[in-house]
Design a binder for this molecule. Structure first.
Ligand code: SAM
Length: 370
């Protein structure tokens, strides 16, 4: 599938262009069933690749969707548009006081096939220690916790906050609460933490967590992303292969999942042993989300709702559809569903990062929802 993004493409089309399909289909045959909901653009960390140390201009309260508005849109998505999985993110979603209530309302819904929608949370883990059990009780199924370094001082340098212990405690509490598998998300930055691929994998697998590396994407507000300084999936694989034997589990199991995954086994080299697992015993899996060097746009099944009620058909979309205004002007569910379908119908074939005319979206990652 071509990875080109047309300039100035609109984000929605009239119903005349679309087939009569209830779901979120696009012109390339993809069907979006995975909804990413950003609950806030605020964060209590300042990861250097994501947010400046002084923070950003936060969205004003009156533009943020209320809990009831978020639940209404999720309800439309699940009951009318075929959404089967809802992932809550941000900003930092644990900063949203109503998170547990939104979760409970989401898991009370049923998909067209009568199933409870799958729910997941992407979090930095701050405050998770005391909320993990409540999140589980509210119906949360799975969790991803971001951790870029095993070194407390380095973590503090990357995030501008000395909160490493909170993250570690949060991950343990999530596992104890049964929010499994706990996935560990890490972004490697050249010259900062790019020596931590092997230690992070070993540390995670020894605790029963699933490590995943995410290639750094051009979504920083500073516009400082640079392809040459990005740590690529190939580099990560090379580091890991020096310590472990990696066996791909894909493509058979990848589908629309963003991460390619490998089974990790001790390679028998010094330092390659996974403690608690005898040499040669599978230690678990490692994932790599190579959005830049191995894009998976052709299988993308995602649709995104920002904290201020904008629908985006791609992380890198340059346009959005304002459902907040539609909601607040009294539109009915059918009208909202149709606007959502139109937005997704206009989805581009690919994110276009490799296109010379690629422009970074105006919103940074923290305001879209990663
Ligand atoms: N605050 C939550 C967290 O830390 O997981 C959720 C939002 S955060 C934007 C989601 C994930 O996106 C984190 O794992 C973070 O490291 C990652 N991230 C942020 N900016 C990124 C970028 N430019 N490229 C790749 N990943 C990024």
């Amino acid at each position: 599938m071509p990875a080109l993004r047309g300039r100035g493409a609109s984000t929605s089309t009239g119903p005349g262009d679309r087939p009569d399909h209830p779901g979120l289909v696009d012109r390339f045959g993809r069907v979006a069933t995975d909804l990413r909901v950003s609950l806030t653009d605020r964060c209590n960390l300042r990861c250097s690749y994501c947010m400046p140390a002084e923070g950003l201009d936060w969205l004003p309260d009156e533009r943020l969707l209320t809990d009831a508005e978020i639940v209404r849109l999720i309800t439309v998505a699940v009951q009318q548009l075929g959404v089967e999985e809802v992932r809550f993110t941000g900003g930092e979603p644990l900063l949203r006081r109503g998170l547990e209530g939104i979760l409970a309302a989401t898991t009370a819904l049923r998909t067209a096939s009568g199933r409870v929608p799958e729910t997941a949370l992407t979090t930095n883990g701050l405050g998770l220690e005391r909320r993990a059990a409540g999140l589980k009780a509210a119906g949360l199924h799975r969790i991803n916790v971001s951790l870029d370094s095993l070194d407390r001082a380095r973590f503090a340098r990357i995030t501008h906050r000395d909160r490493w212990d909170d993250v570690i405690a949060g991950m343990a509490a999530a596992a104890a609460a049964g929010l499994t598998p706990v996935k560990l998300n890490a972004v490697l930055i050249r010259g900062v933490n790019d020596d931590e691929a092997v230690p992070l994998v070993r540390w995670a697998l020894e605790r029963g967590y699933q490590p995943r590396f995410i290639e750094q994407m051009p979504l920083d507000p500073q516009g400082a992303w640079d392809r040459d300084s990005m740590i690529t999936a190939a580099e990560i694989l090379a580091s890991l292969s020096a310590a472990f034997t990696l066996t791909p589990t894909h493509p058979a199991t990848r589908g629309a999942a963003p991460a390619e995954t490998w089974l990790v086994q001790d390679s028998g080299t010094p330092g390659g042993t996974l403690s608690g697992t005898p040499s040669g015993t599978p230690g678990g899996t490692v994932g790599i989300v190579a959005s830049v060097t191995r894009p998976f746009c052709g299988d993308c099944d995602r649709t995104r709702l920002t904290a201020d009620g904008q629908i985006r058909n791609c992380l890198f979309a340059r346009g959005e559809t304002d459902l907040r205004e539609l909601l607040r002007s009294g539109a009915g569910d059918d009208e909202i569903a149709d606007a959502w379908r139109g937005t997704m119908w206009a989805k581009e074939a690919g994110h276009g990062i490799d296109d010379p005319s690629f422009l970074q979206p105006d919103r940074p990652m923290s305001a879209i929802g990663g």
